[in-house]
Design a protein around this ligand. Structure first.
Ligand SMILES: *Cc1c(COP(=O)(O)O)cnc(C)c1O
Length: 386
């Protein structure tokens, strides 16, 4: 690493410190509670309905459905449980395979394993960091046959049941093209929109292209319930089934404990929904602020000739976590070292799923874009600055 690059990295550190008012330590992403959070939490505690019954959950479900433009929403304990239930609803089991991308958070792949299905990792596009429709089509044409209206993997004989693309760091992937391919091959499309609340592809909210979409409200996401997630869908039957499965499959009755199948305790507690409802009221301010921050970053990185990741064409991104794409692995490591030892938190992207011990034998396509990005992506501080 040349002296010149080290000096440039100090320029970056100083720029970020100034953005965040010279705080001693600048985290990657911290939540902001500047609205009705305390009011709703107090109200919730006063009512004593802090757990599985109460009005905040249904109010939140109504508001998030409205915000995303989907007909129904089912709130869950977290994004991972929302993924698990979605894959069950797609019919995934030990005879199934699910297509996803290797560049994602581990929950995406784990949820597939919870259903005893196998993940198949297909490459991403460099300009979206999300599942590549051309790689998807190439894989399906080469490796599958259609039988009884199902897409069968010729090698494993398993059914390719579902496709689970992810909108990386809030940037929408080519979801319309992916949907078209899934429709052709009769593959159930679920969108992992955990990171992309408020992000649009051709003016339509991410998570609403597939049969089901999931969102996460973990502490580091754009809005948080402490922990929480939800499933969004336009399908009334799927929404009903999702609600049933996430609430222990209890048959509605005034006093009886009757359950008609194995269900899950995945319902979002009312107290989390109270916090989240207040957070959701601020989402438009957060997005505006984050897009403004991204604009400042973009201009700055241009001036020092670093590659700042911009929202893909035809998309409006929430810029959840800002990314820069460094020149190579060495430059990335040096950058991580310098920023983190100077009070500016930065992080590399995830290790590709197919490199993790539990997924090392999973079927993969040529993952050249994923590997290229893995060597170069660094996330930089992205908290709302309100
Ligand atoms: C955060 C996240 C999840 C999981 O959400 P949790 O609420 O933490 O369970 C799933 N997929 C992706 C891509 C995520 O970033």
């Amino acid at each position: 690493m040349s002296k010149k690059n080290e000096n440039i990295n100090f320029k970056v550190i100083n720029f970020i410190k100034k953005l965040y008012k010279n705080k001693k330590f600048i985290p990657l992403h911290e939540p902001k509670f500047i609205g009705n959070e305390k009011k709703y939490l107090n109200e919730c505690i006063k009512s004593t309905f802090v757990s599985t019954v109460g009005k905040f959950v249904s109010e939140f479900e109504y508001e998030i459905a409205k915000f995303t433009g989907s007909r129904f929403a089912v709130a869950t304990t977290n994004g991972t449980s929302a993924l698990h239930i979605s894959l069950i609803l797609a019919g995934c089991n030990r005879y199934s395979e699910v297509i996803t991308q290797p560049l994602t958070f581990v929950a995406t792949a784990n949820a597939i394993s919870y259903c005893n299905a196998e993940p198949v990792f297909i490459d991403v596009d460099r300009d979206t960091m999300g599942l590549s429709p051309s790689s998807l089509r190439f894989f399906l044409e080469k490796n599958t046959i259609k039988k009884n209206n199902q897409c069968i993997n010729k090698k494993t004989k398993k059914v390719i049941k579902a496709c689970l693309p992810m909108h990386s760091y809030g940037h929408p992937c080519r979801i319309k093209e992916i949907k078209k391919i899934c429709d052709e091959y009769n593959i159930f499309l679920i969108e992992d929109a955990a990171e992309s609340l408020g992000s649009l592809y051709k003016n339509k909210h991410t998570g609403t292209f597939g049969k089901l979409g999931i969102i996460s409200f973990n502490g580091n996401k754009i809005i948080t319930a402490g922990g929480g997630g939800c499933i969004i869908t336009n399908d009334k039957v799927l929404a009903k089934k999702a609600k049933h499965l996430t609430t222990t499959s209890k048959v509605s009755h005034n006093w009886e404990f009757n359950h008609d199948k194995i269900g899950f305790n995945y319902r979002m507690p009312n107290i989390n929904a109270a916090l989240l409802l207040a957070q959701l009221e601020k989402i438009n301010d957060f997005i505006k602020n984050k897009r403004n921050l991204a604009e400042k970053y973009q201009a700055f990185f241009k001036s020092i000739n670093y590659n700042f990741f911009k929202e893909p064409k035809d998309c409006k991104s929430n810029y959840w976590l800002n990314c820069i794409i460094l020149k190579n692995k060495r430059q990335k490591e040096k950058f991580l070292e310098q920023t983190n030892s100077n009070g500016v938190m930065t992080r590399p992207t995830w290790i590709l799923m197919n490199k993790l011990p539990m997924y090392k034998d999973a079927e993969c396509t040529d993952l050249k874009n994923s590997r290229w990005l893995e060597d170069r992506i660094v996330n930089i501080p992205s908290s709302v600055t309100l």
